[in-house]
Design a protein around this ligand. Structure first.
Ligand code: DCP
Length: 252
């Protein structure tokens, strides 16, 4: 009897799954998305953070040869050759994470359960891939192919990959460059200010000016919360508290 009731309560109904909101955190390289995500994870039981699968891009198993390739490094060293491959891989791994069902804790929540993703299949396309196309590192044939499968997959998965909100961590590119230097990820040591500036422009056009041409109806209506991430929030409890208050209000 006990196990029956247990297995029943463990069966997620679509209603419960649909009650869980899906939100992404967006922002330039090294702006502090992971730090912010950790902060949110510890702030509320009803929030579940799903981190970016960057480890998967740094170590891709090459089949029977039993070796691994660091695609992130390959992309930064030779963007013309590897950007399309990198963007395909990062978006596919993101599709997997965005399709993960919410954990049981969220399904049984009486409050406002939220699944929070570090970036999304939309920033992959409208920030990074688009930027690489504009820079000439993805050619027009590759861009047409990328857009074709991206639209197809997003349409096929429908509401499973839709977002109910976006939190945009906004900071000047110069600040992101300083944070990038401090963190010292080896693959990123060649990243220059002008690259962060082009990525910043992509974020601004999509999330603030709303001038990016989007291909999904729901995405044009997603509410955006802009937070001033130029403030050093990692060790500042006052800024953290203010961010959490704003996020709570935004989610409710
Ligand atoms: N990247 C990319 N194309 C994508 C996604 C990511 O080129 N579609 C690159 C940019 C970074 C690395 O992958 O070099 C990690 O990206 P993020 O900016 O998302 O993650 P960070 O770890 O830099 O974020 P933060 O420091 O804000 O936590």
């Amino acid at each position: 009897k006990r196990s029956l009731s247990l297995s029943r309560s463990n069966t997620p109904t679509m209603d419960k799954i649909n009650k869980v909101k899906r939100v992404s955190i967006e922002g330039n390289i090294a702006v502090g998305k992971s730090t912010f995500a950790r902060l949110l994870q510890s702030a509320d039981q009803d929030w579940e953070v799903v981190l970016e699968p960057i480890g998967m891009w740094q170590s891709i198993e090459s089949g029977s040869l039993q070796t691994t390739s660091n695609l992130l490094d390959m992309m930064y060293k030779d963007p013309q050759r590897w950007s399309y491959t990198f963007q395909t891989n990062s978006c596919m791994s993101r599709m997997h994470t965005q399709l993960q069902p919410p954990p049981a804790r969220l399904l049984s929540s009486e409050g406002v359960p939220v699944q929070i993703f570090e970036r999304s299949v939309y920033s992959d396309r409208y920030i990074f891939a688009l930027n690489m196309f504009k820079l000439g590192c993805i050619n027009s044939t590759e861009w047409a192919i990328y857009q074709g499968w991206h639209s197809f997959l997003v349409e096929q998965f429908g509401h499973q990959v839709e977002l109910e909100g976006i939190v945009y961590l906004r900071a000047p590119p110069q600040i992101c460059l300083e944070r990038l230097g401090r963190r010292g990820r080896t693959e990123e040591k060649g990243v220059q200010l002008d690259y962060l500036e082009t990525l910043h422009t992509q974020h601004e056009e999509w999330l603030v000016e709303k001038s990016t041409q989007l291909h999904f109806e729901h995405l044009t209506k997603v509410p955006v919360l802009v937070l001033d991430a130029s403030l050093e929030f990692e060790n500042n409890p006052d800024v953290q508290a203010s961010f959490i208050t704003q996020v709570k209000e935004f989610f409710s």
